[in-house]
Structures are given as structure tokens and as C-alpha cells.
Design a binder for this molecule. Structure first.
Ligand SMILES: NC(=O)c1ccc[n+]([C@@H]2O[C@H](COP(=O)([O-])OP(=O)(O)OC[C@H]3O[C@@H](n4cnc5c(N)ncnc54)[C@H](OP(=O)(O)O)[C@@H]3O)[C@@H](O)[C@H]2O)c1
Length: 263
């Protein structure tokens, strides 16, 4: 892993200094780009840049001098033990580094994933619950969770992960999906105009099953083969429990608009 040097904040003056942990990922890259466009001074952190949030290596050096740390970390696992160890440890490490630097934290999470009724059969969501709890315990109101519903992009990722030849599987997930770029805009708003709230809930404009999102993506891409809907992760994923009861932000990009823009 490359050695990380102490942060070299480039922009002079009173630009907000933001460290994005997980900046090379889907959401981290969108948030980094959008924050830079709005005049923030952004430091992109991930293992490739010498910052390992789980071991803590390079974290304190990256965060020193920052105003806000944004947690956009992810791990691909359905193991509850692995997900809890990763998200819980990384959140504790980031909270410690942010506390020392006097920075706030904005952490990206998932609507209702911390609810035991929703995550009982979802090891990954239990990891997100551990992440939320670690921040609440260490930072209290110095951390705001921006929870979003599932992104349109997730349907693509899941069918890619669950495909063999012409056959792809897609779990039923009834949600109010959104474009990841709209989620990024909500995170950027929270970074630049802090609400002081424990959590902000963000959902998309229409309720639908991610199976239908996956079908629409395949059809837009002219993809043949078979998409097979499956039951996975417990009934809560199919009965609407992923949709927040009260949304603070309802995003505007519809599935059709997102498909048109991504083609
Ligand atoms: N997909 C959805 O629908 C959805 C909805 C709501 C919330 N979320 C949440 O959004 C978050 C981000 O998801 P994403 O899909 O954007 O992630 P992603 O594309 O998988 O990217 C993950 C990022 O984490 C970094 N990373 C992983 N392990 C690391 C470590 N030990 N130290 C430092 N960096 C590390 C990766 O970089 P390196 O590999 O280079 O280190 C990468 O930058 C997740 O927490 C997820 O729960 C997702």
C-alpha cells in the first residue's frame, strides 16, 4: 500500500476541506466530483491512495486539517460477521480520526437497514447497523447519516454479480429507487449546509421492485437471455419495509430519465 503523506490542502481561503473515504467507489467518486464542482477542497481516500479504514493505516494523516469526513466505504459480502467487523471497525477508526481533527462526519447508509425487522436475514445490513451504531456511540450529533433507498445502479450490479451465461438472478426488492447522482447531491448538501440532524432519509420518486428496474436496464441495453426473479433476504425486502415512512428528500430523476441519460 502506498505511504500516505499528511494532507496537502490545495485551495486557499475558506473552502470547506472534505476527506472522502471510499472515493474510488460508485458513490465516493460522484460525491468527490460534485463537491469539487461546488468549490470544496476534496481529498480522495481509499486503499489505493494509502488509507485503509479497517486497519486505520494512513487515516489520521489523511483527516488532519479537514472540516468534514464523508464515509462512502463498502465491502461486498453477505456474511454478518464480515460485514459487522468491516463497517463497525472502520466507523470506529474514522470517528476517532475525525474527533482528533475536530471534523464532522457524514456517513452514507441505507434506509431502514438498521431495523432488526429488516436486517434479520441480511448479514450486509447488519453490518450497516453496526456502522450506524459505532458513529452514534463515538460522535453523537457530530455525525449525520444520509440514508438512501436502493440506487438504480444496484439492479445492474446485482444482476452482474448473480449471472452465469445467459441467465441472471435478481432478488425481489420493493423500494423507491433513485439515481446515485441524486443521492450524491443530497450528501453534498449535508456536507456544505449541515442540518445538525442524526439522519436524513432520501428516496426516489416512484415505488417499484428492483426486478423491474433490472428488466428495464436489460431491455434498454438490448440484452437477451433470462432474468429470473428470486426470493432472498426475508419478507421485509418484498413488502415495502425498505421505503422510509417519512422522507426528507424525494429525488426527481425517474427510471426512464436515468435510462435515457445512461445510454
Ligand atoms: N447500492 C445501493 O443501492 C446503496 C444504497 C444506499 C446506501 N448504499 C451505501 O453506499 C456505500 C457505498 O457504496 P458503493 O457502491 O459506492 O461502494 P463501492 O463502489 O463498492 O466502493 C467502495 C469504496 O470503499 C473503498 N474501500 C473498501 N475497503 C476499504 C478500506 N479497508 N479502506 C479504505 N477504503 C476502502 C474502495 O476503494 P479501494 O478498494 O480502492 O480501497 C471504494 O472506494 C455503502 O456503504 C452502501 O451500503 C448503497
Amino acid at each position: 500500500m502506498p505511504q500516505v503523506a499528511a494532507a496537502d490542502w490545495g485551495v486557499e481561503g475558506d473552502a470547506v476541506r472534505v476527506v472522502i473515504v471510499g472515493a474510488s467507489g460508485t458513490m465516493g467518486a460522484l460525491v468527490s466530483e460534485a463537491l469539487t464542482q461546488r468549490g470544496a477542497d476534496v481529498l480522495r481516500a481509499h486503499r489505493g491512495s494509502g488509507v485503509d479504514a479497517q486497519s486505520g493505516a494512513g487515516l489520521a494523516q489523511a483527516v488532519v486539517g479537514s472540516d468534514v469526513v464523508v464515509d462512502c466505504l463498502n465491502i461486498t459480502t453477505q456474511s454478518a460477521a464480515k460485514a459487522k467487523a468491516f463497517f463497525g471497525t472502520a466507523a470506529t477508526n474514522i470517528a476517532g480520526a475525525a474527533e482528533q481533527a475536530g471534523a464532522r462526519v457524514v456517513c452514507l447508509s441505507i434506509c431502514n437497514a438498521a431495523d432488526p425487522a429488516v436486517n434479520r436475514r441480511m448479514g450486509y445490513y447488519q453490518g450497516k447497523a453496526a456502522q450506524e451504531a459505532a458513529y452514534a456511540q463515538r460522535l453523537g450529533d457530530r455525525c449525520t447519516l444520509v440514508r438512501t433507498t436502493q440506487w438504480f445502479e444496484l439492479a445492474q450490479t446485482m444482476t452482474d454479480q448473480l449471472s452465469a451465461g445467459p441467465v441472471a438472478l435478481m432478488p425481489h426488492m420493493v423500494t423507491a429507487p433513485l439515481a446515485a447522482s441524486d443521492g450524491a447531491a443530497a450528501i453534498v448538501d449535508e456536507v456544505l449546509e449541515p442540518s445538525g440532524r442524526h439522519a436524513i432519509e432520501v428516496r426516489g420518486p416512484q415505488e417499484m421492485d428492483l426486478v423491474d428496474v433490472a428488466r428495464a436496464i436489460r431491455s434498454a441495453h438490448g440484452k437477451g437471455g433470462w432474468l429470473i426473479p428470486i426470493r432472498f433476504g426475508g419478507a421485509a425486502l418484498r413488502n415495502g419495509a425498505l421505503i422510509p415512512a417519512h422522507a426528507d428528500v424525494v429525488t426527481t430523476t425517474t427510471l426512464d430519465q436515468w435510462l435515457a441519460a445512461s445510454n
